[in-house]
Design a protein around this ligand. Structure first.
Ligand SMILES: Nc1ncnc2c1ncn2[C@@H]1O[C@H](COP(=O)(O)OP(=O)(O)OP(=O)(O)O)[C@@H](O)[C@H]1O
Length: 590
């Protein structure tokens, strides 16, 4: 950034008295040469490379033993004493210095950001600060608190442990496509969230060094929220970063949230080429000239994959043609194709347990039973779509996949030597595994089909904001799940998660616990049940309508039904099971 911020010339800042510079979680620090032989890290900035974080300039052979130096100590406290600032500098940008701090109330480490500004500018930010405090999304760094002190705007945010995307690209070379997709999807989820506000929240400074990586799971979060306006107040800068700025940002005619999409396109370009966009330019003026003439970065010529190229070009298109964040998410480069795998089969290969698996990083896993004699692929898939456990755009593909498995089974059966006493199934059969009665009490058999399809949404997504049907499971993206997918972290409250018998338990736990009196209106019971298993109110209304069409107005009416009556209601097997279980679970729990 020094190129574009001439004032940032390496003068000593008030923060340089602190000794530790911590580079992500690598435990390295740079020392300042004018205090006990410490190195002055501003001296490490030079030319274009100053775009990169100071950590990129650590001499590669410099390993400093932290244990020999000062331990972390508290050097300041927040006005409410909740946050304690430590003497560890996490990083320093052109505008702010970021220290490690402790949230005494929660016991977490947090980031203490110091941004030099005037009181008037701080007061101007009140609206932005209000919005920032409301922003809550797993892919956006949390803003905790802020105040003004000694010519500094100080704000406390979530601490990110593993550096920025830029540092990753610089230190660990190019991420592979799997990682690029995973990161991209997470960044886009954050952008979709921001842009879906009314009016949309525009980040205005999306770039790889404002995207942070967290912890062992490689979560990605957008950072540096809300500082764009503060930077605008500084006389020496244009808002944003020239390489990542959409043409309309230079024009001062106003712009909208699509500027974040343009910047995301540049991030994607950097992720796949490892090169800073417009690296061929020597200064901001040269970049501006190219951008205003719609000349794309040289590095774009290195992108071979037609899908990525198409996606980047759509991001860099003129504002009115540029994709929205949701459209990018739906782009073929980022979509995740499902496949169906056979989990178990009984000896006669009639009763199957199948699972829809979404390969890639963002997984949705749907497990269901299939009776070869009674069910058809079309019916089962339609029911899963109707029950909102599958999106309808997968209808054809999944139907095709199920039919492929049925054909394989048929072929295997025909080829099997009839004289042989037993033959091995070609799939990972699990003898002894009980048939998978999803959320169904053993004695409550639906009338429609004894083992009809019972879609099982497995909700394991770490980065889903709404916690509905999605996704992440614990096996590696490319591997075939020979075993049922098990959650690798505790399920959300009220979400359906896990698999097999454990799922039944989770599912039952999600259901309402109270025993409903007979006179309870059917809408109330249905609404509670639908909500407990993550179905929306539209679905609940649909169920209620079908029940009322059969003159079932209260819970008592429902209880009075004979088993064979249930099949006449016109509800899907899944809905029937959910409602029956809700009656049963409430009874057994109360
Ligand atoms: N939440 C955080 N958790 C951990 N480290 C952080 C966090 N925020 C910032 N840092 C570190 O501090 C450095 C400086 O922060 P940042 O780049 O946001 O400063 P800036 O002055 O706003 O940026 P820029 O120079 O890009 O305009 C980052 O490169 C990173 O190493």
């Amino acid at each position: 950034m020094a190129d574009h911020h001439p004032e940032n010339n390496g003068d000593t800042s008030p923060h340089e008295e602190f000794v530790q510079y911590q580079n992500g979680n690598a435990g390295v620090h740079v020392e300042n040469s004018n205090e006990s032989g410490y190195r002055h890290y501003n001296d490490l900035y030079s030319h274009h490379d100053s775009q990169y974080s100071p950590s990129a300039y650590l001499p590669s052979n410099e390993i400093v033993d932290l244990s020999k130096h000062d331990r972390e100590t508290v050097i300041e406290e927040s006005p409410n004493q909740r946050y304690a600032k430590l003497n560890t500098v996490l990083g320093k940008g052109a505008y702010k210095v970021v220290y490690k701090a402790i949230d005494r109330e929660e016991g977490y480490e947090v980031a203490w950001n110091c941004f030099q500004t005037t009181k008037a500018e701080f007061n101007d930010l009140s609206q932005e600060i209000k919005i920032l405090k409301q922003v809550r999304h797993p892919n956006i760094i949390n803003f905790h608190d802020c105040w003004y002190k000694d010519a500094e705007f100080i704000f406390v945010t979530e601490l990110m442990t593993s550096g920025t995307l830029r540092e990753y690209i610089r230190k660990l070379s190019l991420p592979n496509m799997k990682i690029v997709k995973r990161w991209s999807r997470q960044i886009l989820k954050g952008l979709i969230y921001l842009h879906s506000h009314n009016p949309p929240i525009i980040h205005r400074d999306i770039k790889c060094d404002n995207i942070f990586i967290n912890g062992a799971h490689g979560e990605v979060k957008i950072g540096d929220m809300g500082t764009a306006k503060m930077k605008l107040g500084k006389k020496y800068t244009v808002i944003g970063t020239p390489e990542f700025m959409a043409p309309e940002m230079y024009e001062e005619k106003g712009y909208n949230e699509k500027v974040d999409i343009y910047a995301f396109g540049m991030c994607l370009l950097e992720m796949v080429t490892g090169e800073y966009p417009y690296g061929e330019c020597k200064n901001a003026a040269q970049i501006y000239k190219k951008v205003s003439q719609a000349i794309k970065p040289e590095s774009l010529k290195k992108v071979q994959d037609p899908k990525i190229l198409d996606l980047i070009n759509n991001c860099l298109a003129p504002e009115n043609e540029r994709y929205t964040a949701q459209q990018i998410m739906d782009h073929p480069f980022l979509t995740v194709e499902p496949e169906v795998v056979l989990m178990t089969a009984d000896e006669t290969k009639t009763q199957l347990t199948l699972q829809v698996v979404f390969k890639g990083m963002d997984k949705l896993s749907v497990k269901f039973e299939f009776n070869v004699e009674r069910d058809t692929a079309e019916e089962v898939v339609n029911e899963m779509i109707e029950e909102q456990v599958l999106q309808d755009n997968y209808q054809q593909l999944i139907t095709h996949e199920i039919n492929r498995i049925l054909r394989d089974i048929n072929k295997q059966t025909n080829e099997a030597d009839p004289n042989k006493e037993e033959h091995k199934a070609p799939w990972p059969s699990q003898p002894g595994t009980p048939p998978f009665h999803v959320g169904m009490s053993p004695h409550l058999t639906p009338h429609k089909s004894s083992h009809g399809p019972s879609p099982t949404p497995i909700n394991l997504d770490r980065d889903s904001p709404n916690g509905t049907i999605a996704h992440t499971s614990s096996y590696p993206a490319q591997s075939q799940p020979a075993q049922p997918v098990m959650p690798n972290e505790s399920p959300r409250k009220n979400s359906i998660s896990g698999s097999g018998p454990e799922w039944i338990q989770d599912y039952e736990d999600a259901l309402p616990v109270k025993e409903y009196p007979d006179e309870t209106p059917i809408e109330q019971f249905v609404r509670d049940t639908a909500l407990a298993i993550n179905r929306d109110s539209e679905k609940a209304n649909d169920w209620s309508r079908k029940l009322k069409n059969q003159d079932i107005m209260t819970v008592g009416d429902l209880r009075a039904l004979m088993d064979e009556d249930w099949g006449q209601i016109g509800l899907t097997v899944f809905a029937l099971r959910a409602l029956k279980n809700a009656l049963h679970v409430a009874k057994s729990k109360s």
